[in-house]
Design a protein around this ligand. Structure first.
Ligand code: GDP
Length: 331
């Protein structure tokens, strides 16, 4: 037993040496006299058990997924000492943030979020893009579970060297989970990920929270679930930049097309979330792949229209100000 954290086997990143409460590695190191070296030297090529602020910064900037995972664990820790170090790491990384495309994806459990993210994520990695997937899951604060916690989800994406998947942090409140997710997003940006996908389940206020972190927000809709508008909270449709009717394959296809027409009709009467943008309603199937490349084209068109005119930068500034207000209000 070396006390070292296990090297990540895949990019489904769990807790590292900074787990809260401290793991055996930390309790072991904490009883060493100052300046004493651990009796077991780290194996060559493996990071030391305790990283300095600069180790984190350099590791994250160098795109080291193992160190990125540990930096996120540091941010998620509730230990005051870890929090101080986490803030120092973040401060140093802030100048390198802001260059990713930030997408949010929501929909009721079972709508097909993880299969869609897997298909989209693999396609983007295939184009040489680096993709990070994070989750905001208010249900995990109650059940201890997590929407990305199940290791069987996104198995193929997990194996992509260009992908990084992180389950929802645990926390007592959605605000706490959201803070950690937002800071994790900044770490991933500093690590050079081109695309960040923030997944959330359509419960509580989590969609609104995720909407306030991303540039582009996608709502997934299940076809043929009785009343087509059931399960979708009032207001969330208006906040979306695109709607995808999922599982548009096999016997479901007709129902999916009907749902598409109904939502397209409903959207005529709603104000656009992004002025100047018409929210498209399309079909998708993670089984046949239909609609997924087209969805990415929609995202690119969105950036093509709203990046040059500063609309995306303005949205990010508004979000940062709102975020600051929320944090101050919670103190
Ligand atoms: P999530 O809870 O929203 O992440 O949903 P999942 O991605 O886990 O999918 C829930 C269920 O729907 C699983 O049994 C999937 O196999 C199935 N599913 C997901 N996407 C599709 C699709 O495009 N077509 C079909 N036929 N089934 C799908």
């Amino acid at each position: 037993m070396t006390g070292l954290p296990p090297a990540p086997e895949c990019s489904c990143a769990g807790a590292g040496a900074e787990s809260d409460p401290p793991g055996p590695a930390q309790s072991f190191l904490s009883v060493l006299p100052a300046g004493a070296a651990p009796s077991v030297a780290p194996a060559p090529g493996r990071p030391p058990a305790r990283l300095s602020v600069n180790d984190y910064v350099n590791g994250v900037r160098g795109g080291d997924r193992g160190i990125l995972a540990r930096a996120i664990t540091l941010i998620e820790s509730s230990s005051p000492e870890h929090q101080v170090r986490a803030q120092k790491v973040l401060q140093k990384l802030l100048p390198f943030t802001g260059r990713s495309r930030r997408l949010g994806i929501t929909g009721v459990p079972g709508v097909g979020k993880s299969m869609l993210i897997e298909a989209l994520g693999c396609a983007l990695c295939g184009q040489g893009l680096r993709v990070a997937v994070l989750a905001v899951d208010p249900t995990s604060t109650r059940s201890g579970g997590s929407i990305l916690g199940d290791k069987t989800r996104m198995e193929q994406l997990c194996r992509q060297p260009n992908a990084f998947i992180r389950p929802s942090p645990s926390g007592r409140t959605l605000g706490g989970v959201a803070r950690k997710t937002r800071e994790t997003m900044l770490l991933c940006e500093a690590a050079g990920f081109d695309v960040l996908i923030i997944e959330t389940v359509g419960v509580g206020q989590s969609e609104v929270t995720v909407r306030s972190m991303v540039d582009f927000f996608l709502l997934l809709i299940l076809p043929g679930a009785g009343d087509e508008l059931q399960g979708i909270k009032k207001g969330i449709v208006e906040q979306a930049d695109a709607l995808l009717i999922t599982k548009a394959d096999g016997e479901n296809r007709l129902r999916a097309e009907q749902a598409r027409q109904e939502y397209a009709m409903a959207l005529h009467y709603l104000p656009a979330n992004t002025p100047g943008w018409t929210t498209p309603v399309s079909l998708s199937s993670a089984v046949t792949g239909e609609g997924i490349p087209e969805f990415w084209q929609t995202v690119l068109r969105f950036y093509g229209e709203f990046e040059p005119n500063g609309r995306i930068a303005a949205r990010r500034s508004e979000q940062a100000i709102q975020w600051l207000h929320d944090r101050c209000a919670r103190r």
